[in-house]
Ligand binder design. Structure first.
Ligand code: 6PG
Ligand code: NI
Length: 182
């Protein structure tokens, strides 16, 4: 096992920007074909991005992640992340909401489901085996600080195939509404 040096990262609590990061991912509407109930009008809409500090993908190591999910809707469905299970079924995760409003959808392979509310200061635990998808139901960026085991891995395929148990839609009253998946 390689011995790591300590390092500090300054995180802007309003924007989520990290003073240093090794990984930066961008997700545009074109990358999310088939995820929304209606296809996005354009494929170059920036839906979300995330930044990570890199550590060895070894047991006991923890990844620091900032996810910035931009505000918006596609045919009334709020902007959301792809969502995934951790390939390593014993890996949990914690999300701390730094800014914005939203929903964290969760489900297990045997059909258990849950939804928790994101608001500033909300710290949400995702148990091992729980697929997770973040949804921005506000009108400002949803900024999340996440910690997860570096040996988690990601299973996107199951979610791309089966989707999540519910969609989060802007209701007639303009409020977020959970509707069971069709
Ligand atoms: C992870 C975390 C988190 C997640 C991002 C983007 O396991 O890496 O859950 O960093 O990857 O919030 O969401 P998607 O991975 O679902 O696109
Ligand atoms: Ni995860």
């Amino acid at each position: 096992m390689s011995i790591q040096r300590p390092f500090a990262t300054q995180i802007d609590l309003r924007t989520g920007l990290m003073s240093a990061y090794e990984r930066h991912f961008l997700r545009h509407s074109g990358d999310m074909a088939g995820y929304y109930r209606a296809e996005p009008q354009a494929d170059d809409l920036l839906i979300y991005e995330y930044f990570e500090r890199e550590v060895p993908a070894e047991q006991g190591e923890i990844v620091q992640n900032i996810t910035i999910l931009h505000p918006g809707t596609i045919d009334g469905e709020y902007y959301m992340t792809k969502g995934h299970y951790h390939a390593n079924g014993c890996c949990s995760e914690v999300y701390l909401c730094l800014r914005g409003r939203g929903t964290l959808l969760m489900q297990t392979r045997d059909g258990e489901t849950d939804a928790q509310e994101y608001r500033p200061g909300a710290s949400i635990y995702v148990p091992p085996g729980g697929a997770h998808r973040s949804v921005n139901t506000g009108d400002e960026p949803l900024v999340l600080f996440a910690l997860y085991p570096a040996d988690s891995g990601h299973d996107y395929g199951s979610i791309a195939e089966e989707g999540f148990w519910a969609r989060v839609i802007r209701g007639a009253d303009g409020q977020p509404t959970l509707v069971p998946r069709d």
